[in-house]
Design a protein around this ligand. Structure first.
Ligand code: AMP
Ligand code: MG
Length: 310
């Protein structure tokens, strides 16, 4: 192994990975107790999340590989696969899903971006945004309580005083956030809160459902950590009807050809209503441990714009 990797070993790595292990175990316990089935991740595919037009996304492009005479994309998120899995009769699913997102180099300074990370991505047939938000609140409280109880020694060594939030978390709309803190509201609002909070209603990717009763409003939601840690999770109720999906794809300036295998199912009326979300694992470990930069929780750093050693 290169000596440089060992020299770059994050401070308190063992304590951090112990906390990460408790976080992963408690997520699995929570999800399986609630009746979710776990799917294996998909890493190569004919379709992936376009991450456009998400105002938070700044990728250089979608990574592609050539295999067996065709082009496949690497997974940016499994959102489209989740919808199809639910349509297969898997009503409540979760996946520890590795995502590759070629974040632009300047994102090194946000302290919360990696170009390779894992999200715990879940989806529930027929669910409403309120029921998903309530489930996420229970999950976050459960995981943080277990970390506090089972890893008290490690938290103390890290000097992290982890506060357990109480339900329900505060809720705002993105319009309220922009009005109060401007377009770059995420970091400012996060610093001014001492509890996780929700922000709802974003105009972003085509699969997040537009409110049929209030066009121009969206039934989606982000969970934001307090203390400046920023976005924890994004989720939404989903579009499932072909005519709505295709009109959103077209309005976003995306090429429908890139989504054809998924669109073919929608066209046949085979997609079903669902809602879900994805919570970033490294972000959760970063928040729980109070590390300075998200890369500081990784034995093998994957920070945009930094050297990659191993
Ligand atoms: P998204 O659906 O794009 O919001 O991604 C779901 C979650 O994954 C986010 O809320 C973050 O917790 C996490 N995430 C997204 N992009 C990154 C990134 N570049 N680095 C680390 N975590 C990320
Ligand atoms: Mg997001």
């Amino acid at each position: 192994m290169q000596a440089s990797v060992l020299l770059l070993k994050p401070k308190n790595l063992v304590e951090i990975i112990k906390i990460q292990t408790t976080i992963l175990k408690s997520i699995h316990d929570f999800m399986t107790d609630r009746g979710f089935l776990q799917l294996m991740p998909v890493l190569t595919s004919t379709v992936t999340d376009p991450l456009w037009p998400d105002p938070g996304s700044t990728i250089e492009g979608t990574p592609k590989i050539k295999y067996a005479g065709r082009e496949l994309t690497l997974t940016q998120s499994m959102i489209l696969h989740k919808q199809v899995a639910v349509a297969m009769g898997l009503d409540k699913i979760y996946i520890m899903s590795p995502n590759i997102r070629l974040e632009k180099s300047f994102r090194k300074i946000t302290r919360r971006h990696l170009f390779e990370f894992t999200q715990m991505d879940f989806e529930i047939k027929g669910a409403s945004m309120d029921s998903v938000m309530s489930l996420v609140e229970d999950l976050v409280i459960y995981v943080l309580e277990r970390v506090k109880k089972e890893r008290a020694e490690e938290l103390e060594k890290l000097g992290r005083d982890l506060k357990i939030p109480s339900k329900p978390f505060p809720r705002y709309t993105s319009h309220e956030m922009i009005e109060k803190y401007g377009k770059e509201w995420e970091e400012t609002a996060s610093k001014l809160h001492d509890t996780p909070f929700w922000v709802t209603c974003f105009k972003r990717e085509f699969y997040d459902r537009e409110d049929p009763e209030r066009p121009g409003h969206y039934r989606n939601y982000d969970l934001i950590y307090p203390e400046g840690y920023g976005e924890a999770l994004s989720g939404a109720e989903r579009e499932w009807e072909y005519k709505r999906i295709i009109s959103r794809i077209t309005a976003d300036g995306l090429d429908p050809k890139n989504f054809e295998p998924y669109l073919a199912l929608a066209r046949e009326g085979l997609l079903v209503p669902s809602a879900g979300a994805g919570i970033g694992i490294e972000r959760l470990v970063w928040f729980a441990t109070g590390a300075e930069h998200i890369g500081d929780i990784q034995p093998f750093r994957r920070v945009p714009g930094e050297e990659i050693f191993l």
